[in-house]
Design a protein around this ligand. Structure first.
Ligand code: FMN
Length: 171
């Protein structure tokens, strides 16, 4: 089954965007169409696009989403769309020296999307900038297992956007 994967990128200094670009280069093909979209200027309607989503975002401030993700995050919380047809994964970038707010950017999106009825595919992946690995390298190792799990879950999921026409979002 061919999959359309939207990678939505929240970033301050470009690291999360590099992760998305590496994934697209390595794994995008006729069976997996990957489209990278920076979160700047997005609102909840982005989740009306057919396909599945990978939230790829860093964390800033004290456990906040990056500046370019703030409007989308705030809009999700205020508009409260029905996202019950949305399927998503999370690749969260953070640094464990920020004790108590590690990878909160990704975790905040996960909580928001889950609270709006969306279904997460796989576990939230947490990359630690202090862990001695580069997120783009780790992502290339992580992705094949994640996408295999996604295929399995979508095959059993009659309500997934791949298997039925996507209904317009109620908002
Ligand atoms: C000012 C500042 C604040 C940060 N705050 C957090 C934080 O609260 N929690 C966390 O896990 N990481 C935090 N980080 C780490 C970044 O999320 C991490 O370095 C990430 O890889 C940066 O990715 P980006 O270039 O895509 O924004 C912070 C980094 C900076 C520079």
């Amino acid at each position: 089954m061919a999959i359309k994967l939207h990678i939505l990128v929240g970033t301050m200094t470009g690291t999360a965007e590099l992760v998305a670009q590496e994934l697209e280069l390595a794994f995008g093909d006729e069976n997996l169409a990957i489209e990278i979209t920076l979160m700047d200027g997005l609102d909840h309607r982005v989740f009306g696009r057919p396909g599945i989503f990978l939230i790829c975002t860093s964390t800033y401030g004290q456990g906040e989403v990056p500046d370019n993700a703030k409007a989308l995050y705030a809009d999700l919380l205020s508009s409260r769309p029905d996202l019950s047809r949305v399927r998503y994964g999370v690749f969260a970038l953070g640094d464990s020296t920020h004790v108590g707010t590690f990878c909160f950017g990704g975790k905040r999106f996960d909580e928001a999307l889950g609270g709006l009825g969306a279904t997460r595919l796989g576990a939230v992946f947490e990359h630690n900038a202090s862990g001695g690995t580069l997120p783009e390298d780790v992502a290339l190792e992580w992705f094949p297992e994640w996408i295999a799990e996604v295929h399995k879950l979508l095959d059993d999921d009659d309500d997934a956007p791949q298997n039925a026409a996507l209904h317009p979002l109620k908002s």
